[in-house]
Ligand binder design. Structure first.
Ligand code: SF4
Length: 411
């Protein structure tokens, strides 16, 4: 058995994977975050592993109706925040307005949106702000023409990148995050310059992701090099520090005095609706079908569109929760025990040994990764991505291809 298979075997012991054709609404002990997936994209980028469907204006009304239907079946209540991701949810303003107006009363927290640079104009940003969206993430990825071209970003060049960051950071949103991607195979100077350029516009946060080589992308036959990525991230951390930004999580830098946070992945508990959306309530992790046709047929027959459920025993759920909290910069032990009760002995032992080895430091119940701990978390994150997320998504994508009735353009 190869290493990857052994890792999967271990994972199966910790996380029991079940294939379920839609089960009951997910129960939460406290208000979760709401994630809404809008899968439509007018173009596909070569690196992108997310569930996406070729944009067609004829598809959007039916999808909006289906999102509302799914939220009824989920008996959706109040949420701590709303996050609209994709796909390219900034592309079709009518669809976006429909989504936000239906869900915005369900939260007193932030309403966050992913924006593609090519969709940015002062007028459109104003209209987006009027919907109630107040946190935005601008998916710049790069300010360099060669890099954008190699990522297959046909709607965007360096001029679009620069104009969109200038407009978005001055549009009056409460929080602007800028996403960048770096690849250790490209010249290091480029990502350093990209980070300096992004910071010069003063966004609240810049997220810098290593290029992940998912199956079903143009990069599937190449490999990551975590050691080289770590060197680059440490160089970027020094650049950020010199400009008044601090490293806030594994891959984000935010303004030194900024107390708020923008994150798509490190929410404590969340309910996802839409194709491919995931949910986590501390006991199980569910992912919806990747197929639009199957999504509709589940909902038409009154079932939730769940395609994969991972049951978690308490220890696995604590590990999962703790990993993402540490990824986000800190683990609050009091909150951890509020959610899961007294920690099992082996979890206490794990934390003690990680602190003794210098991976984490603990101050008044808050555990934070040290520099060496951050390096370890980076490696664990890539292991999780390739051993679980990539495999689960590939499996769901293949299932979706088999389910496709209408020949939907699913990548
Ligand atoms: S990166 Fe964004 S725009 Fe590109 S294919 Fe993926 S979801 Fe669509």
């Amino acid at each position: 058995m190869g290493l990857a298979e052994r890792v999967m075997e271990l994972g199966k012991k910790l996380f029991r994977i079940q294939n379920v054709d839609g089960s009951g609404p997910m129960a939460f002990d406290s208000s979760p975050g709401l994630y809404i997936h809008v899968p439509f994209c007018p173009e596909f980028c070569s690196f992108c592993p997310y569930n996406k469907i070729k944009y067609d204006s004829k598809l959007t009304n039916k999808y909006l109706t289906a999102l509302k239907r799914e939220s009824e079946l989920q008996r959706v209540g109040q949420f701590s925040s709303i996050y609209i991701g994709g796909g390219t949810p900034s592309y079709d303003l009518d669809l976006l307005k429909g989504v936000v107006s239906h869900f915005r009363e369900m939260t007193d927290g932030e309403i966050a949106l992913e924006i593609h640079p090519a969709d940015v104009s002062s007028k459109r940003l104003e209209e987006i702000r009027e919907t109630g969206v107040n946190f935005v993430s601008l998916g710049i990825q790069s300010f360099d023409d060669f890099t954008l071209n190699s990522m297959g970003r046909r709607r965007q060049d360096s001029v679009v990148s620069l104009n969109s960051i200038a407009a978005t950071t001055s549009a009056g949103f409460d929080f602007v995050d800028v996403d960048l991607i770096f690849d250790y195979q490209l010249e290091r100077r480029r990502i350093v310059e990209d980070l300096e350029t992004a910071i010069s516009y003063g966004p609240e946060q810049v997220s810098v992701y290593p290029m992940m080589r998912f199956a079903d992308t143009a990069y599937k036959n190449t490999k990551n090099d975590p050691e080289k990525e770590l060197e680059i991230l440490e160089e970027l951390e020094n650049v950020a520090l010199s400009k008044g930004y601090i490293r806030d999580s594994l891959w984000t830098f935010k303004k030194r005095n900024e107390g708020r946070k923008y994150s798509s992945v490190s929410r404590e508990f969340f309910l996802g609706i839409g194709t491919s959306a995931s949910s986590f309530n501390g006991k199980e992790f569910r992912t919806n079908t990747f197929s639009l046709d199957e999504y509709y047929s589940f909902l038409d027959s009154g079932k939730l569109p769940v395609s994969k459920t991972i049951k978690m025993v308490k220890f696995s759920a604590i590990l999962y929760y703790s990993f993402w909290a540490l990824y986000g910069g800190q683990l609050d032990l009091r909150r951890l025990e509020e959610h899961f009760g007294r920690l099992p002995v082996r979890m206490r032992y794990l934390l003690h040994s990680a602190i003794a080895r210098g991976y984490f430091q603990r101050e008044e119940g808050i555990v934070k990764p040290t520099r060496i701990g951050t390096r370890k978390l980076h490696i664990v994150e890539e292991w999780l991505t390739y051993s679980f997320i990539d495999r689960i998504w590939s499996d769901l994508r293949n299932k979706a291809r088999n389910h496709s009735i209408s020949g939907e353009s699913l990548v």
